[in-house]
Ligand binder design. Structure first.
Ligand code: IPM
Ligand code: MG
Length: 360
């Protein structure tokens, strides 16, 4: 099979981790008889440096022309990088928001899994972590506060900033359907997270999710307020299967969930539209402080490439092979610095990619 993949190496550690993902994908291609056709595009700071904007129309066209997009990370140090002296709509993150919107990537899947091999890195008490957990956060990605009208004005000499939180029922319905579809293939439970005790958008969210749930009698639905959910994630993460939530809540809860795994360098993500197309990226950021030192953990990006094979190309066997290689490399005792523990062998970013490719 020919796989047309547009790659966004991006900023910080992005280029290093994407290079390792390509190494592993190339091994998959060789072993399973596929052809990987990559095209790199610029986004974020890397694009600002060359084009003055974080995403060009040409880059969007290249992304659209591919079967899937594989991304590293974008952004820099927000206090020291000159990118953050630019107006907000020309900063690196604006590129990411623009590509999500342009490609209609409304469904963001962020798995938070506790790996047995890395259980020691989990910051929770053992009595909580021993139950294990495997949560899929389904975050709505193209609506809500992130895309509502925003402005900063001055009224009678007083500065005032306005962000608008809007959802229509169609936006809620399509992410809810994806959430229930995914839950059906996993633990058959959806926890819909909102702030329905305060927000109208959350009350509509709850009503539409209930309507969608009627078509999934085999899936259990519960509602949870977002503040309670933040608490439950550290108190009893094993209770969750699929967490379905809006954009801003999902941003915050997915960072929390990934942190409680103790291994944010391991967590992948997929952003999907309503076709097979998707953008795949690690859940972590660009870590500019460790960029270029060959110490970043490429596993989250490599697992994102596995999600890409599974969701965009229906190559389950190949995706399984990558996931098995990750488990094996951990069993064999190899660790990057972020997941290092006593008695293991420390390796760099590039060596980790090589070790994984060898296990395909
Ligand atoms: C994420 C990031 C982005 C977001 C930023 C970089 C705009 O935090 O993907 O979670 O808030 O969506
Ligand atoms: Mg985030």
């Amino acid at each position: 099979m020919e796989l047309h993949i547009t790659c966004i190496p991006g900023d910080g550690i992005g280029p290093e981790i994407v290079a390792e993902a390509k190494k592993v994908l190339d091994k998959i291609a060789e072993k399973y008889g596929h052809t990987m056709i990559y095209k790199d595009i610029l986004m974020g700071g890397a694009s600002i440096d060359v084009h003055g904007v974080p995403l060009t129309e040409e880059a969007i066209a290249d992304a659209k022309a591919a079967d899937a997009v594989l991304m590293g990370s974008i952004g820099g140090n927000t206090t020291t990088s000159p990118w953050y002296k630019l107006p907000p709509n020309r900063r690196p993150e604006a590129g990411l928001l623009a590509i999500r919107k342009a490609l209609n990537l409304f469904a963001n899947l962020r798995p938070a899994v506790l790996y047995d091999e890395l259980a020691a890195a989990c910051p929770l008490k053992e009595e909580i972590s021993k139950a294990g957990f495997d949560i899929m956060i389904m975050r709505e990605l193209t609506g809500g506060l992130y895309f509502g009208e925003r402005k900063t004005i001055e009224e009678n000499g007083v500065r005032k900033a306005i962000d608008t939180l809007t959802y229509d029922e169609n936006e809620i319905r399509r992410i809810a359907i994806k959430g229930f579809d995914i839950a059906r293939k996993r633990g058959k439970k959806v926890t819909s997270v909102d702030k329905a005790n305060v927000l109208d958008s959350s009350r509509l969210w709850r009503a539409v999710v209930e309507e969608v749930a009627k078509d999934y009698p085999d899936v259990t639905l519960e509602h949870m307020l977002v503040d309670n959910c933040a608490m439950q994630l550290v108190k009893n993460p094993a209770q969750f299967d699929v967490i379905l939530t809006e954009n801003m809540f999902g941003d915050i809860l997915s960072d929390e969930a990934s942190m409680v795994t103790g291994s944010i360098g391991m967590l992948a993500s997929a952003s999907l539209n309503d076709t097979k197309f998707g953008l795949y990226e690690p859940s972590h950021g660009s870590a500019p402080d460790i960029a270029g030192q060959d110490i970043a953990n490429p596993i989250a990006t490599i697992l994102s490439a596995a999600m890409m094979l599974r969701f965009s190309f229906d190559l389950d066997k190949e995706a399984d092979a990558i996931e098995a290689a990750v488990k094996q490399v951990l069993k064999d005792g190899y660790r990057t610095i972020d997941i290092m523990s006593e008695g293991c062998t420390r390796v760099g970013c590039s060596e980790m990619g090589t070790l994984l490719a060898e296990r395909i």
